[in-house]
Design a protein around this ligand. Sequence first.
Ligand SMILES: NC(=O)c1ccc[n+]([C@@H]2O[C@H](COP(=O)([O-])OP(=O)(O)OC[C@H]3O[C@@H](n4cnc5c(N)ncnc54)[C@H](OP(=O)(O)O)[C@@H]3O)[C@@H](O)[C@H]2O)c1
Length: 175
Amino acid sequence: MTSAAGSPIETARANRAMLGLRGRGAIITGASHGIGRETALRLAAAGAVVVATGRDEPALRSLAIEAECTGGVIHPHRADLTDQADRDRLSAAARRQVGRVSILVHSAGVHRRDSLAHAPVTHFDEQFAVNVRAPYALTQTLLPDLIAAHGDVVFINSTQGLSAAAGVGQYAATN
Ligand SMILES: NC(=O)c1ccc[n+]([C@@H]2O[C@H](COP(=O)([O-])OP(=O)(O)OC[C@H]3O[C@@H](n4cnc5c(N)ncnc54)[C@H](OP(=O)(O)O)[C@@H]3O)[C@@H](O)[C@H]2O)c1
């Protein structure tokens, strides 16, 4: 079987998609680590003006420096997304720094493994707060900007939400 990944056609498509990102204001949650960090770097490299958020400030600062080295712009902003005041401060800061927010990527997530028999309900509360409630609330706050910009909202989810494996029932329920 042949794959189009890495082919000239695939590269041309990716380049065209990247061109459409230039100058757009973006917020990436969970940008201090993992998928969110990589997404923030890619968007900044494509010319989007990015607000990168998480709780790990040193990690966010080093992300901003890494983007700067390649000519990208990333504004680091510390926020605990389970906190309404932090979410409001994040939205206000983003509007100041990037103007109208037209891309919102929800990559922040908490993944805990434990059996239904033993998993504390507090772990479920934490995962629900970060994986479900926070993205809902943040999207709602930014909806006027996103609608006005005909923007994009991206939720990074897990296939566990479609078919849960043993020991990840709580996490799966929040995906
Ligand atoms: N990695 C995988 O194989 C995989 C597969 C399928 C789906 N996913 C999903 O993809 C998303 C990203 O996964 P990942 O592996 O990149 O995760 P990760 O490396 O564990 O990073 C999680 C991110 O979420 C942030 N976060 C957690 N709680 C937060 C809170 N209360 N307030 C603000 N930020 C918070 C963390 O920021 P701080 O540490 O700075 O607080 C961190 O940047 C998650 O939703 C995950 O469920 C991952």
